[in-house]
Design a protein around this ligand. Structure first.
Ligand code: SDX
Length: 429
């Protein structure tokens, strides 16, 4: 028997259908609310509003659960590769060996970018932030790869997926090399997705880059952990822009722009800057904790808190393990890891953080992992974007195939001036 909820407005009772998901989550279906009652709902930031039904990622914020297509993130981080996880998110099933080989060959075939794009890089200011470069370059990919009418929609979309997944990695490495004034390193058909990226970033004619399998694995896991996260801010941006039926490159470019924000993907860079600030101030986190708790101070403890997780972000635990493993392998101590541990200890004992359910999120340790791999600070969020790409693609694909698809157009409650007349400038005092 379908569940309903009763809504009483000015003595009139309305039955609203209740939707139950496959894991028992429930939602009020308010899709006919305005038509039937004249009312809308108000939910700044949409913290209580579902925008869609999705089969891609399941999160339980209270229990710290994250699964891609039903598979726990811990098992994927342990056993899978980023390319295989990308295939799972986009196609809903893990690939057979044959399917994975075909997918890898497609990514390899589309890993180069048009040589004319080099000119774009040459004209960005050297200090341009890589996220701004990436968002513009992804948007401009449409100019180089317009839809070809002779291709079926299916072929067109799958090639666009491969182009995005493969070229975004090449564009990111190119922007780094160009920012240094170094020769661009091209992708190699002999390397895996992650190894290729590291080689494109760090290989040089005078100092050949020696691949370290532990660093490749660390990058593999970093990107798996970032691959999707249901309706987060940047994914919501991709779905919203995509709902206008714009091309995928433009929708993904919107996602990259949203991810840039320090409250979202930009937090990994902000965490490192915060840890460095604590280190430079003698290593005592107390002043930063005080600032984070001060309502009058806009400062927030970067890498802490989450819109959904009200317990430990399961990705943060895995990221911390990678941190320790890499630093041990490199026989390196990173003072910022010690600071992070100390900050975590102090915060998790502080009633403010406990009462607000603020725990480390994915960004808290990821910056230290990036630093250990050798990624420059201003590229941390670019690394998040490359990781999130399969998620954005799978969510976009699901949205355009959704029978309930609608152009995203939220309503509002107007609180401005009542009707009034135009006043000619000479009468405005
Ligand atoms: C990502 O959505 C996703 O899934 C995102 C992501 C993904 O994979 O896509 O997981 C990636 O973006 C992780 C989050 C990275 N951002 C940060 O680390 C920035 C610091 N964190 C915060 O800004 C904050 O925690 C948010 C924005 C992440 C979440 O905030 P909430 O919980 O949605 O709601 P809120 O901002 O209203 O905070 C609730 C209360 C407030 O206090 P009160 O006014 O109720 O007294 O908690 C406080 C906030 O002031 N608070 C913090 C805090 N985070 C929340 N106080 C101090 N430090 C913090 N970090």
């Amino acid at each position: 028997m379908a569940k309903t909820a009763k809504l009483v407005i000015e003595g009139q009772t309305y039955d609203l259908p209740v939707v139950t998901g496959s894991q028992g989550e429930m939602a009020l279906d308010i899709s006919t609310l305005r038509k039937r009652t004249g009312l809308i709902t108000l939910d700044p930031g949409y913290a209580n509003t579902g925008s869609c039904e999705s089969s891609i990622t399941f999160m339980n914020g209270e229990k710290g659960i994250l699964r891609y297509r039903g598979i726990p993130i811990e098992q994927l981080a342990e056993n899978s590769t980023f390319v295989e996880t990308a295939y799972l998110l986009i196609n809903a099933e893990l690939p057979t060996r044959k399917e994975l080989t075909r997918f890898s060959i497609m990514l390899n075939d589309h890993s180069l970018v048009h040589e004319d794009m080099l000119a774009f890089f040459e004209n960005f200011p050297k200090r341009a932030h890589p996220m701004g470069i990436l968002s513009s370059m992804v948007n401009s990919l449409r100019a180089f790869y317009p839809e070809l009418p002779e291709r079926t929609d299916e072929e067109e979309i799958n090639i666009t997926f491969a182009r995005l997944l493969s070229k975004v990695r090449t564009l990111a490495a190119m922007s780094y090399k160009m920012s240094l004034g170094h020769k661009v390193v091209y992708p190699s058909h002999k390397m895996s997705y992650c190894a290729n990226f590291l080689n494109m970033m760090f290989d040089s004619p005078v100092r050949p880059y020696k691949l370290d399998k532990d660093l490749v694995k660390a990058l593999e896991v970093f990107w798996i952990l970032h691959a999707d996260h249901e309706q987060n801010c940047s994914t919501a941006a991709v779905r919203l822009v995509g709902s206008a039926r714009v091309n995928l490159f433009a929708a993904i470019s919107a996602g990259i722009s949203a991810l840039w924000g320090p409250l979202h993907g930009g937090a990994n860079q902000a965490v490192l800057e915060m840890l460095q600030g604590i280190y430079d101030n003698g290593g005592d986190p107390a002043p930063f904790i005080r600032k984070a708790k001060d309502k009058k101070d806009p400062f927030r403890l970067m890498g802490f808190g989450h819109s959904v997780y009200k317990t430990y972000d399961p990705r943060a635990r895995i990221m911390e393990k990678i941190c320790k493993k890499i630093l041990k392998k490199q026989k390196r101590k990173d003072p910022l890891l010690d600071i992070a541990k100390k900050l975590e200890e102090v915060a998790l004992k502080d009633p403010y953080f406990v009462d607000h359910s603020l725990y480390p999120n994915v960004d808290f340790y990821s910056g230290i992992v990036m630093r250990a791999i050798g990624i420059p600070l201003d590229m941390f969020t670019v690394m998040f974007a490359i990781g999130r790409l399969p998620g954005w693609i799978s969510q976009w694909k699901e949205s355009i195939g959704d029978p309930k698809w609608k152009l995203h157009r939220p309503r509002q409650i107007y609180i401005g001036s009542k009707e009034r007349n135009f006043v000619p400038i000479e009468d405005r005092g």
